[in-house]
Design a protein around this ligand. Structure first.
Ligand SMILES: [Zn+2]
Length: 72
């Protein structure tokens, strides 16, 4: 019988029981081990940045529209 140190199994750091690899919740003590991965990989500020860019473009378009509406 081979004595394998299986890398597939990991231990819960809270109760030291063996848990499945990649387990998000320990089945023994029900501690949340991993937070679910965020769907958005982009940092939060890119959203604000892009919102600012789009707002600027929309504002520019509005200004051009008003310019031609008034002076054109
Ligand atoms: Zn546990």
């Amino acid at each position: 019988m081979k004595l394998l140190k299986s890398k597939e199994k990991s231990k819960c750091p809270y109760c030291m029981e063996e848990i499945a690899p990649g387990a998000m919740v320990c089945k023994h003590c029900h501690t949340i081990l991993k937070k679910p991965e965020k769907k958005k990989s982009r940092p939060w500020w890119i959203g604000n940045y892009m919102l600012g860019v789009y707002s600027g473009i929309a504002f520019m378009g509005l200004m051009i529209y008003l310019y031609y509406r008034i002076f054109g």
